[in-house]
Design a protein around this ligand. Sequence first.
Ligand SMILES: Nc1ncnc2c1ncn2[C@@H]1O[C@H](COP(=O)(O)OP(=O)(O)O)[C@@H](O)[C@H]1O
Ligand SMILES: [Mg+2]
Length: 496
Amino acid sequence: MATKEIIMSTTKLNKSFGVTHAVINLDITIEKGDIMGLVGENGAGKSTLIKILGGEYYLDSGQITYQNKIISWNSSAEALKKGIAIVHQHPLLVFSLNAAENIFLGKEFTQGIFLDEKKSIEESKKLVKQYPIYPELDLEKPVIEMSAGEKEVVEILKALSYNPKILILDEPTASLPKDEAESLLKLLVDLNRKKEMTMIYISHKLEETFEICNKITVMRNGENIGMLTNEHFDKNKLVKMMINQDISEFYPEKSSQIGKVLLEANHINSKVLKDVSIHVHEGEIVGLYGLIGAGMTELVESIYGLQPFQSGEIIFNQKKILHPHVDMMVHHGIYLIPADRHQYGLFPSFSVSENITIAHLFSLFPEFLLTRYKENQVATKEAEQMNLKYADINQSIKELSGGNQQKVIVARWLLKECNVLIVDDPTVGIDIGAKRDIYRILRELNSHHKGIIFISSEINEIIGMADRIYTMRRGIITAELPKDEINQENILKNIL
Ligand SMILES: Nc1ncnc2c1ncn2[C@@H]1O[C@H](COP(=O)(O)OP(=O)(O)O)[C@@H](O)[C@H]1O
Ligand SMILES: [Mg+2]
């Protein structure tokens, strides 16, 4: 078999930010026509690496060879001109301009000394037609009014407008709706085949990388851990490389100390729920599993007083809660982390430290003399325990990755005297390392006798995490599976 031509390679790349060694002695080789997947936990160094390759960051040491020449980019514009285009994780767009203007920013069409706006719209239309990821895209709409998915499409079209030799995509499908994500994957494969466009593809969704990549490189803590070619793709192997742990150790051990009943909901009837009864014990994770719309979220929101129910009762520690209501629940130490964490769980204008300590300010610091120093001390200890990736405890929570934000929300309750924690799909969309940390934190809550009600949309997760499972279908509890009856078959037969 003919060996392919090497288009780009690196030797011993290093890049640090202060004390963070983001990329360490990294060697990679990319052959012409590759779609190379790049995977790793959040904070592994993937984005930093591709920004070095694209001239956005200077390297500290090491060497990049591109098209048989050792290069050192002076700017990203130079790398772009030489054929390396990046689709960023967070699109770098000018929000006040429209889509077409963004796509042709820096290479505007002019007529005499004037900008030719008509021409840029026309050319953008051609691009949309040529690359039909989202054919309905309104090119004259200001970017500020666009959804995250639309912005992503503009970012992708902008990169493609340079007709790059190497197209680098940093989690491009994270904010795309399903149909657009599928169109994008198809388009990438097509571009790769027809134009021999080389690509580096970063994603948390391993299935996607299996689908389109011919090789996958794994990074962990800044290092290149290894590369698998498509004939050797194997999810367990990849995950093991990513987290340095066997997949069987991915879920912590199940509970061995289940105590008395903490919280019960009996015979709940509402618009959605029909005679639903569940309970959770001390030290137990109870799973709720069903298809979307089967009533799991409605059930926990009813228990929590967020949705009305016509009949039924909520009992905590053998006492009936007369009027279930959020304040009453918090008073009893019952907390809900809803599915939409960004709407409810975070205090976006606060720092990492403040977000960790916010639930317990008064119990931690009854003297009311809350000093920043003390607060940071407590928060730093907690952050360490939850393996949080952050630069500075006083930095804004918004700068953290989704997975790390979620860890903050879940771990908050480690400090607080909570009795029951209800989590609604807590690991959706976060990376594998953050998932593992959240599982560990939940089990730690268990070991402090707390009860957990866990809704998950992932069957493997509910099997791996729950000590007991209620399955649901159309507002009804269809089965209660004890530990030794938890398996895929029993679950599926009760939810479909
Ligand atoms: N501009 C920056 N300033 C300081 N630290 C950074 C910066 N960019 C990345 N880091 C740190 O470098 C490490 C690698 O980050 P990153 O390359 O974004 O990882 P990934 O893309 O794999 O999630 C992380 O610890 C991150 O906090
Ligand atoms: Mg990244």
